[in-house]
Design a protein around this ligand. Sequence first.
Ligand code: SF4
Length: 344
Amino acid sequence: MRSKTKEIRIGKVKIGGDNPIAVQSMCSTDTKDEEATIKQIHDLEEHGCELARVSVPDKESLLSLRTIKENISIPLIADIHFDYKLAIEAARVADKIRINPGNIGKENIKSVVDAAMDSNTPVRVGINLGSLEKDIEKKFGLTALGMVESAMRSIKEIERLGFYNIIVSLKASDVLKTIEAYKLFSQRSQYPLHVGITESGSSFSGTINSSVGIGALLLHGIGDTIRVSLSAEPVEEVKVAWQILKALRLRKRGIDITSCPTCARKGIHVIKITKELEQRTSKLTKHLHIAVMGCGVNGPGESKEADIGVVGGKGNVLLYRNGMMVGKIEGDVLERLMKEIENA
Ligand code: SF4
């Protein structure tokens, strides 16, 4: 069962409460390069990204925020470290700001919170294991509990200023510590949680680390927004995030593919067809379950479960639609599948 969290609005997207778990990603472009950043956000959006974050490391990037926001249709999140003045200005433009109170400084938090309050901008308190306050690190070490204590301290300081428009994240590159931290925190607070495994690695290792970490949390009902953090193109993050949500049946979007690993019995090129099918349908929002199966051993059973299925055989390829075998495919299997998807 999903943990009960407070509902918060980030621009036009509501998160927390009973709202769908939203997919977030972060631009890898230089924020000052408005054209490239806008283009990347459009691409992310086409692949299902619902919240886009950009870094604001300097004044020039801050100046680009407004143009970027005006040219995209999903909410824009500004990520600020160290410089509280940038955070104040960003809160007036972005739909949400992300700060790490540990590096913004206790004495500067009030000005940032005041600006966020004036513009009704939510603030993510983003705790990272690598930047805990010194006294907390001394007392709790670099542990999950240390992250939770750091978050609770920041939240109390912010709440004392009368501000409750808060989202929290507790990130570490260590999957188990991350899971533990979120579990501990969700027992103590109902602020919505942005979950992810930070600096989780390359496309390969990061996908696995994120799937294990985010998947475990979502299975525990924890998480209101997710970000898969990869050393790869941000679009890859969005694809993985959606796959995690789809695997757990939390959201539906685009194509779900069931395909066999193939063996000597295969009658069609399952691997090639599946790869190309995934690429050609990556922006599709219509939800369909497609089965691509090499032969009649498991093919008919899997195809009957799918909206559209193809099953390789000796000398012919069978087509299934809505659980029924409807005929044979003559010619290119992928092209026929694409036509079936278009017409579905
Ligand atoms: S469905 Fe057929 S081709 Fe695919 S792995 Fe199973 S036995 Fe092999």
